[in-house]
Design a protein around this ligand. Structure first.
Ligand SMILES: Cc1cc2nc3c(=O)[nH]c(=O)nc-3n(C[C@H](O)[C@H](O)[C@H](O)COP(=O)(O)O)c2cc1C
Length: 194
């Protein structure tokens, strides 16, 4: 059993990546707990060193950091912006990684934690290019990006007006990939606990 935190790199209402995450969450084997942020729950300004002294921001950051700390692993879906992760996601990771520098009792919540990288975009790449720098960033902060990744090209046509996934996409190997990732997360959790 592991606790998975779903992270979306887009805050846009109707985000394709938020939809992809929910499709993937449905493939998480029973016995794993899932946490997710509600839309608008993450309200961090663009990082700067002056902002981090603001008590209200520090309070919000500490609450977000606790959610990350409770997770054993992350499932992350981000669109690609000009070949990179979104500024929203980079900013979030920067802020969360910053708290241990401000409060020495706060752990590095990324350390040794598995991350499944996913992306959906309307274009041909499905966000695969953006996952390369994202993988590097996550490794930099101490996380363990899973070898496999899930990308969904032409994602604008993947769901009908009622929000139902095109049945031709229903078996893209997502279920097996998510299951392998969850097994990997459990093994990592066991090692981390030892
Ligand atoms: C500034 C910007 C840059 C973008 N760059 C790319 C890109 O490099 N590759 C791509 O496939 N889509 C790109 N897109 C399109 C996004 O993938 C598309 O808007 C996507 O739907 C956003 O994800 P979301 O639906 O989860 O919000 C870009 C969009 C913006 C706003």
């Amino acid at each position: 059993m592991s606790r998975l935190l779903l992270l979306c790199g887009s805050q846009r209402a109707g985000s394709l990546n938020a939809r992809l995450l929910e499709e993937l969450a449905a493939h998480v084997p029973t016995g794993h707990a899932i946490d997710r942020f509600a839309p608008g729950e993450i309200r961090l300004p663009l990082y700067d060193a002056v902002c981090e002294q603001d008590p209200a921001i520090r309070h919000h950051l500490a609450a977000l950091h606790r959610r990350f700390a409770m997770a054993d692993a992350f499932m992350l879906a981000s669109p690609e912006y000009n070949g990179l992760m979104t500024p929203f996601l980079k900013n979030l990771i920067d802020w969360i990684s910053r708290l241990p520098w401000l409060d020495p009792t706060a752990p590095n919540v990324f350390l040794d934690k598995p991350v499944l990288l996913c992306s959906a975009t309307p274009g041909w790449s499905g966000g695969a290019l953006g996952l390369v720098p994202l993988r590097s960033l996550l490794a930099y902060v101490g996380a363990v990006p899973f070898g496999e990744a899930i990308t969904l090209p032409h994602a604008g046509q993947a769901w009908d007006a009622g929000g139902k996934l095109d049945p031709r996409l229903a078996d893209m190997g997502w279920s097996a990939c998510v299951a392998r990732f969850c097994a990997f997360a459990v093994r990592a959790d066991t090692r981390n606990a030892a």
